[in-house]
Write a protein that binds this ligand. Structure first.
Ligand SMILES: [Zn+2]
Length: 209
């Protein structure tokens, strides 16, 4: 090979590389993984939910829509969120009950609504599945999770939820707008398992990748 100033280097044909293994979303946490191998996070800390159904990647424009819904009270968006979930769930196994991610009453008073409840309210009739807005409650008003590492997030969430339902043998879906680390859904799933659920599936509109 010659340096700059010399004759141009002959273009060599690209060497054929072995094809990279396909990145498919993992069933348990919905993160794309080469060849479907269990991701590091799930290996280190297996989530309490069995599966995740995430409709969209959490990026533009979904992030803007979710924020608009949550902080500007654009509740008609929950209708679209519910419709896109219903479409994604059409080919998925049925569940017995949908439980939206509860919001602490202080947050509820501040915001005036719980977006997860609003999505569940619109999704449940589409699927013909019962749901419960009050079945689980959030007792710890956890500080904003952004900026905390995963360990701190988990610590903040410990025993954050209580479930007053008898879920013995039930297949339950926990519903939220966005899954980031999955720590909240994991803690909620743990509570629901303790109430007897046979399986817990996480349903989210969007997932950070
Ligand atoms: Zn994983």
């Amino acid at each position: 090979m010659r340096r700059a100033g010399g004759r141009p280097t002959a273009v060599r044909p690209l060497r054929r590389r072995p094809a990279a293994p396909a990145r498919r979303p993992l069933p348990q946490c919905a993160l794309p993984s080469p060849g479907g191998a269990v991701c590091g996070a799930c290996l280190k800390h297996p989530p309490a939910f069995d599966r995740t159904v995430a409709v969209h990647a959490y990026g533009f424009p979904l992030d803007a829509l979710v924020r608009h819904c949550k902080y500007a009270g654009a509740l008609d968006l929950t209708d679209w969120f519910a419709a896109s979930l219903a479409e994604a769930l059409a080919a998925q196994p049925r569940v017995d009950l949908i439980l939206p991610m509860p919001l602490h009453e202080a947050r509820l008073a501040e915001r005036g609504f719980n977006q997860a409840v609003e999505i569940a309210r619109r999704l449940a009739p589409r699927l013909g599945i019962p749901w419960s807005p009050q079945g689980c409650r959030r007792f710890r008003d956890t500080p904003p999770q952004a900026g905390l590492d995963l360990k701190a997030r988990r610590r903040n969430l410990r025993d954050a939820f209580r479930c007053d339902l008898d879920l013995t043998g039930k297949h339950v879906a926990v519903l939220d707008d966005v899954m980031t680390s999955g720590a909240s859904l994991d803690e909620l799933a743990k509570t629901i398992r303790a109430a007897g659920a046979a399986s817990v599936t996480a349903w989210v509109v969007a997932r950070t990748l």
